[in-house]
Structure formats: structure tokens, C-alpha cells
Ligand binder design. Structure first.
Ligand SMILES: O=C(O)CCC(=O)C(=O)O
Length: 257
């Protein structure tokens, strides 16, 4: 097991604000390895079928290509990812943040291509998920490119993790990204150097601006939650688009009953 060293202040910050920055979770050499794999996904050298979709469908201008590329479960296609440093270290940190019973629920890639200019609308991840009895969760958002306000770094609403889930609706196309009412005035942006990451909770309101720059904004995201809750999801056939990322629903509404 990886050794990590979060301070009591870092853990308290995560609990109070709903997010935390962790610098240099991977080294410069490792960044290059991850980028090579990521580019094979983007170029479709690694084919991902229905696991690839446009998170910005109906939100951006492009009809011909993805406005925001989302690829679910990259570790299903490149199994080595599971034992590589990012997955190992992020798991260890998530156990410090949410408990020793945390396991990886799913992983995903979200790229904003140069000048794709498409926001990821404000949302809380819980709105995408089953209404789980144990809501502990940590999502790790790793920047493989420097993440800036202009290329779409993450924004969070501090303390939103301690409040209710706001009502969500489809932001663009039915079946596409979800959103709720929130604004940049409530939020704080987190710019990241390459190889650094944020962790956020399932209820933390977040968003990112579109990429208005000439380079990619590649993010590699891992989600962790208690092993028992992963079992609970799978028993109900819920696997975060393992076989069909296009099947986004208002899950909290659908599964509450
Ligand atoms: O990469 C983005 O723009 C959004 C990521 C996100 O919503 C998430 O990791 O939960």
C-alpha cells in the first residue's frame, strides 16, 4: 500500500470545503507516460466504442466533433493503469480522506480540445448517481496539462458539500450533461500545475469554463467510495457507463423510488 501524508489541516479543509488540492501526485516522467496513453485514447488508437461520448453535446457549437470528450473506464481498455502510480496514490489518499474502506468505483478521461469553448455546467456528482445510503465519495481530478481558468480548470463552491443536492436538469441534450443553478460568484477556481490534482466530494458543486486556448486540457479522473456502496450499485445494475457512456440519466430521481 502507498504511504501518504495528508496533514490534519488538509483533511479538515476537505471536510469543511468539499475539495482539496494535492500537488505532484505524479512525477514529470510519469506525466509523459500518462499523456502517451491518453493520446492513444483520443486518437482512437485504443477504441472505446460506446464508452466515448460528448459531455458537451448540445452545449458547444460543434456538430462534427466532440465539444468535450469523455471516455469512461479507460482502465478496462488498458488494464496496467490500475497498478500504475496515479491509481495507487489516489486510492491511498482517498482512504485518508473518506475512510479505509474506499475502493475505486470508476475512472474516466475528460478532454477539452483546443478552442472547444464548451463549459462543463455546474453540477453535483451525486445528481448522476444512485441515492446511496452511505454518501462518502472522493473524486480525484488530475491535470495532465497545466489547468488554468482559460482552458477549463475546476471551480468549486466551498461548503456546498455540507448542504443539500440542488435540483438538476439536463443542460443541453436530453441524456447529456446535468446542471443546476449556481454561478462563478459563489465559487472559487483552482488552477493546477501538470501532475497535480484536486479531490472533491460527491455533493461539492463544481464546474469548468470552456477551453479558449490553443492546447488540450486533459484531465484523468478517478472516483472512490466505500466498497460496500460499489457492491450496492452493481447489484442494481449501476456501473457508471461501463458499457454505454451515452446513457446519462437523472439517476437520483430514477432510483430514489
Ligand atoms: O473536467 C471537467 O470539466 C469536469 C469534471 C467533473 O465534473 C468531475 O470530475 O466530476
Amino acid at each position: 500500500m502507498e504511504k501518504t501524508c495528508l496533514s490534519a489541516q488538509q483533511i479538515a479543509f476537505f471536510n469543511d470545503n468539499g475539495y482539496l488540492t494535492v500537488e505532484n501526485i505524479i512525477t514529470p516522467d510519469e506525466i509523459e507516460q500518462y499523456k502517451a496513453i491518453y493520446n492513444d485514447f483520443l486518437s482512437e488508437k485504443i477504441k472505446t466504442g460506446g464508452n466515448r461520448s460528448d459531455l458537451g453535446d448540445g452545449l458547444g457549437k460543434s456538430q462534427a466533433k466532440e465539444n468535450i470528450t469523455q471516455i469512461m473506464w479507460p482502465s478496462d481498455f488498458v488494464k496496467e493503469l490500475l497498478t500504475m502510480p496515479y491509481h495507487r496514490r489516489a486510492l491511498a489518499i482517498s482512504r485518508e480522506l473518506i475512510g479505509a474502506d474506499a475502493e475505486m468505483d470508476f475512472d474516466m478521461l475528460i478532454n477539452k480540445a483546443p478552442y472547444s469553448n464548451t463549459i462543463t455546467p455546474w453540477h453535483q456528482d451525486e445528481a448522476y448517481w444512485l441515492n446511496l445510503p452511505d454518501k462518502r465519495a472522493a473524486s480525484c481530478w488530475l491535470a495532465l496539462d497545466e489547468a488554468t481558468v482559460d482552458n477549463g480548470c475546476m471551480w468549486f463552491v466551498p461548503g456546498s458539500n455540507l448542504k443539500e443536492v440542488r435540483p438538476h436538469r439536463f443542460a443541453g441534450k436530453e441524456g447529456g450533461a446535468l446542471t443546476c443553478d449556481a454561478s462563478e460568484e459563489e465559487g472559487t477556481y483552482v488552477e493546477l500545475k501538470r501532475g497535480s490534482c484536486t479531490f472533491h466530494q460527491g455533493r461539492t458543486l463544481h464546474y469548468s469554463r470552456g477551453n479558449s486556448t490553443g492546447t488540450d486540457r486533459r484531465a484523468f479522473i478517478l472516483n472512490f467510495r466505500p466498497a460496500e456502496m460499489i457492491r450496492y450499485e452493481r447489484e442494481r445494475g449501476f456501473d457508471h457507463g461501463r458499457n454505454n457512456a451515452g446513457d446519462r440519466r437523472l439517476t437520483n430521481e430514477d432510483f430514489k423510488r
